[in-house]
Unconditional design. Structure first.
Length: 379
C-alpha cells in the first residue's frame, strides 16, 4: 500500500522545526498552548498529589473510568457510552476501519481534514465528497449529501465547527442529515473537536442526537494537543464494543499520566475554554480589520467557530508561492493545495497568544509587494 504524501503534515513539520524557527505560527489549527506549569497552576493540592503517586502503567483499552466519567458528565451521557482514543485521528481511523466492507462508500466534506481523503481509500472504501462552497458561505447542502448516499453508504461525516473554513452547521441542517442517516442505518459521525468555540450565537453539541456518533479530542478547543487523547461518544452498545476491540489492536491505551491530566482538563474546562475564546476572539477582530484593508487581493468568509479561516487569492493564483515567501519572513500559513484547493490558504488565529498583530503587519507588507509584482509581470 502506498499512501499519498500528507502535504499539510509535511509542510507543518518542515516549518515548525526549522532552524531558525518560525516567528509566528498562523498555520496551526490549535489554540494557544499551555505549559505544564500553567496547567498545573489550575489544579488544587490534592489533584497535584494524585499525579505524583500515579503508577506509569497501561490504562484500560476503553480509557480509565475516571476519564470516561468526566467526559460522560460533560456530554450528559453514560460513561459506558464513551470510548477514549489516541487523539481524534485514531477515533476516525477506527470508524473508517469498521466501515471497510466490500463495496462500501463513505460521504465526507470537501475541503476537510486531509486524512478524510486518504485513510478511507487506503482501506478500500469508495469516498464521495460533498462540497463546502465559498459562494454558499461554506455551508453544507443536506440535499447534496442525500444524493451521494446509497444502499452501500456506511458512514456520513460532518465537521462543525469546520476545519479549515470555520463554518458552523445550523441545527436544521444537522438534524436533517442525522434523521436521513438514522432512517437508513448509516453511521452519522459529527466531528466537533472545536466545540464550544464560537463567535456570535453558540451552537449545541450533537451529543443530544440519539443516532449521532460524536468525535472530539483535547487538541483543539482544549488547546492540549500534547496529551494526544481523543474520544468517541456512542449510544449504540454494539458499536462501542467494536471500538474498544479495534483499539486493542491499534494503540491499546494511553498513558495514565496523560489521562489523569485530561481528567483535570475536563474539570477545569471553563477556564481553558475561556482562555481559548479570549485569544482567538481578539485575533479574529484583528483579522476583520486586516481583510477589510486587503479585500482587493484577498477574500475571506469570517469563521463562525473554531480557530481557522480559509481565505483565498482574489486573482485565483496558487497560494503556495505566497505562503513560501511568508515562511521565509517568519510567518507560517498553510497552502491551499494541502486541502486540494490551491487558490486558498489556511490561517490559524487561535495559537498566537502574543504577536498576532505583528504577524499580520508582516503579511500585509509582503502582500503589497507580492501582488504588485504579480500585476506587473502578469504572473
Amino acid at each position: 500500500m502506498n499512501l499519498k504524501p500528507f502535504l499539510l503534515d509535511e509542510w507543518l513539520n518542515k516549518n515548525h522545526f526549522s532552524d531558525p524557527p518560525i516567528s509566528y505560527d498562523l498555520a496551526s489549527s490549535t489554540g494557544a498552548a499551555w505549559t505544564l506549569a500553567e496547567f498545573m497552576a489550575l489544579l488544587d493540592d490534592a489533584e497535584r498529589e494524585r499525579l505524583k503517586e500515579m503508577p506509569l502503567l497501561y490504562t484500560p483499552n476503553e480509557g480509565t473510568g475516571e476519564l470516561r466519567s468526566a467526559l460522560a458528565g460533560m456530554h450528559g451521557v453514560d460513561p459506558k457510552q464513551v470510548q477514549v482514543t489516541t487523539g481524534a485521528a485514531e477515533a476516525l481511523f477506527i470508524l473508517f476501519f469498521l466501515a471497510a466492507e466490500p463495496g462500501a462508500n463513505v460521504v465526507l466534506p470537501f475541503p476537510g481534514f486531509p486524512p478524510f481523503h486518504e485513510v478511507p481509500g487506503s482501506l478500500g472504501i469508495e469516498t464521495r465528497f460533498y462540497r463546502l462552497r465559498r459562494e454558499n458561505g461554506f455551508q453544507i447542502d443536506p440535499d447534496e449529501i442525500k444524493q451521494l448516499a446509497d444502499s452501500n453508504t456506511k458512514l456520513i461525516l460532518v465537521n462543525s465547527p469546520h476545519n479549515p473554513t470555520g463554518a458552523v452547521l445550523d441545527a436544521s441542517a444537522l438534524n436533517a442529515v442525522h434523521d436521513f442517516a438514522a432512517a437508513r442505518g448509516i453511521t452519522f459521525v459529527v466531528d466537533e473537536v472545536y466545540h464550544p468555540i464560537y463567535y456570535g450565537a453558540a451552537a449545541g453539541s450533537a451529543e443530544k442526537l440519539p443516532h449521532a456518533t460524536v468525535v472530539s479530542d483535547f487538541s483543539k478547543a482544549f488547546c492540549l494537543s500534547g496529551l494526544r487523547i481523543g474520544w468517541i461518544v456512542e449510544r449504540d452498545r454494539r458499536r462501542i464494543e467494536q471500538y474498544c476491540r479495534a483499539r486493542s489492536y491499534f494503540t491499546v491505551s494511553n498513558s495514565p499520566l496523560t489521562e489523569s491530566l485530561a481528567v483535570a482538563a475536563v474539570l477545569h474546562r471553563d477556564k481553558i475554554f475561556a482562555r481559548a475564546s479570549r485569544v482567538a476572539g481578539a485575533n479574529l477582530m484583528l483579522l476583520d480589520e486586516f481583510f477589510a484593508r486587503h479585500q482587493d487581493v484577498l477574500g475571506w468568509i469570517r469563521p463562525a467557530g473554531g480557530m481557522t479561516a480559509f481565505p483565498w487569492m482574489i486573482d485565483g493564483s496558487d497560494s503556495r508561492r505566497f505562503c513560501e515567501g511568508l515562511a521565509e519572513r517568519g510567518v507560517l500559513l498553510a497552502p491551499g493545495d494541502c486541502f486540494g484547493i490551491p487558490d486558498h490558504f489556511r490561517l490559524g488565529f487561535g495559537a498566537a497568544a502574543q504577536g498576532f498583530d505583528r504577524a499580520l503587519e508582516t503579511v500585509a507588507e509582503f502582500a503589497r509587494g507580492y501582488f504588485a509584482s504579480a500585476r506587473t509581470t502578469g504572473a
